[in-house]
Design a protein around this ligand. Sequence first.
Ligand code: CS2
Length: 491
Amino acid sequence: MTVRLSPATLGQLPPDIERPSYERSTVRKGVVHLGIGAFHRAHQAVVFDDLIGRGDPRWGVRAASLRSPATRDAMAPQDGLYSLVVRDGAEERTRIIGCVTDVLVAPEKPAALVEALAAPETHIVTLTVTEKGYKLDPATGSLIEADPDVTSDLARLDRPRTAPGFLVAALALRRTRGLAPFTAISCDNLPENGRRLEAAVLAMAERCDPALHDWIADKGAFPQTMVDRIVPATDEADVERLARRIGAMDRAMVKTEPFTQWVIEGRFAGERPDFGAAGVQVTADVAPWETAKLRLLNGAHSGIAYLGAQAGIEFVDQFVSDDIGVALVEALWDEAQATLAPPDELDLAVYRRALLARFANRALGHRTRQIAMDGSQKLPQRLVAPLLARQEMGLASPMIGLAIAAWMRWQAGRDDAGERHVVDDPLADRTAAAWAAAADPADAAHRLLAIDAIFPPALAGSPAAQQIARWLGELVRKGAAATLAAAVGDQ
Ligand code: CS2
């Protein structure tokens, strides 16, 4: 039987596997991370591991799952160690990451997580709780007070359930104990993620204690960030392949691409690492980076996901291995690019070429269905915002419209082969109800466009709305592959 990756078996790994260069017992716990999924393990945790490796042991990570114990159960037998597998075509590099000191499971012991956040040695709190974890209306960014977990947090802050609830409970304790707030760094693909997190925290704090609200508003820091690394979900075949490669079973491995980027606004409440030393860009204005990334990378990802999954294309690289797929991506980018004011350092032509090569990485196995999840939370910043910006400039957005129509089609729960799929989305009930009540695809489009958590009123009745309705009709009638081929042929 293959041994398990752990501190005891680290020495038995093949010599070319990179491993922590530091003594793990000296690592302190300056970071608490909320939402220990694959993205954190392949992105921010690697930066903290680098910082420790460079001689600053303050930045060990106490990680927390806000929902299930699965990651804790995978990592605990490995004492927090896991493999970062970087794949680039035929090349693969494996590095063992050692910066995660422990994993807490919030629903099991919420008070333990609040204490970790309130600990004097905690200076940085990072979050990857996905778009829906902020409990904010995706279109307006305001706190969804009717959400049952938010209601519960407002009533019982001693047992928080939501990410903003945990932060408020811990900040309240820090204030009582005379400690400075931590810096809370959202690492999710939300527009103005720092401001949104701050808004959620302040809205909750206000309801609990106005003095706490004022203290956080005055002393807290919620920098904006742009985070980028493609991290497909790990499957059993990946785990087995790695076990054959390193001779140890690692149930917490992550697979990713070589590219990684983290841009952070230089606003901190207290101690912070020398982020720049670990390749992080610290800057005064993150917005232009973030908007470009959301509209180019993520916008194209969503278009690929809905059209591809509908047509039975399993992986992103398969979608862009075909001229029609590339033509769609380029056309989406042409439309989005007209809405951007990129930073001087960002050459969009170079960025687009690099992005296409990243999408084409055949070794990643990035599933269209993974990206298709939670579309209601993703569409506003990825596709709706550039479409509206173009509408204001008097420009039509046929390809963005097609991508939005493809999302609508996906919400109906059947692909072009007639196979059913589960619509994994917090608003799935509402989109299903729109489809159930619709007389025909055009009617479905209008009903879906009326969901104001996703689409602003400015869209209703516009030429763009009519075009989306026409696309949806074609997608239903002809399927995604034929609609796409005709659409890019017309370009
Ligand atoms: C993807 C992102 O699943 C998705 O929605 O678009 O996770 C994407 O891979 C990352 O944002 C890349 O940085």
